[in-house]
Design a protein around this ligand. Sequence first.
Ligand code: IPE
Ligand code: IPE
Ligand code: MG
Length: 242
Amino acid sequence: MTAASANVKPATGGDGSASPRHVAIIMDGNGRWAQRRHLPRVAGHRKGIEAVRTVTRAARAQGIEVLTLYAFSSENWRRPADEVGDLMGLMRRFIQSDLDDLASENVRLRIIGDLSAFAPDLRALIEGAVARTAGNDGQTLVVGLNYGSQDEIVRAARALAGRDPATIDADAVDAVLDTAGLPPVDLLIRTSGERRLSNFLLWQAAYAEILFVDALWPDFDGAALKAALDDFATRERRFGGR
Ligand code: IPE
Ligand code: IPE
Ligand code: MG
């Protein structure tokens, strides 16, 4: 019997004190936030970026080592071109406006997803931001851009093809995923009341505690994050043991 996966850990928690190393969030509900206010969807996405700032800061204050945010899925290209264009524009502006702050706050930015689909100038901007913060050793902020778990696993399979099958174990797969080197997800949160994973971190969340909250992403704040962490602390994690 081999237990080679990075996800295999002794049972922990349930006593109210455990805190997650890696929190991942499916930031959903921007469109509905706008719709309820009779605003264009882009207004929800803009407000969603404010929530990104708030929650990233709150996560740092809470000592969360890795925060992963799902910003644009590999399936989000199916949206109307004007919405996709708005989202690309917001990403560009976010990097331009926030990179200095992230860099000075010792945040290391990482991207998961396939950047080859983005416009060359946006891709260069994103890669420049990652390179600029690569030496930081505070919080790791991971952003999913054109990310889909199935696409990631397909790319990982391609990277492993041709290797001696006997050398391929869970750690070998881990090492060729976009998340290589990151700890597994401890707590996965989805906002907006939807109860699905939408192709997010299917491998990495193998033993994650999952929390679905009704708040729409633009309304999610530091207090909501704290409530999620308090909920996590009550969970007893077993990892298949007893
Ligand atoms: C999440 O909000 C942001 C992205 C997927 C880019 P949505 O845009 O999915 O908002 P709803 O689900 O339509 O409310
Ligand atoms: C998941 O939300 C993707 C992101 C939050 C980036 P979606 O709104 O795209 O998911 P579905 O389509 O409702 O499953
Ligand atoms: Mg949605």
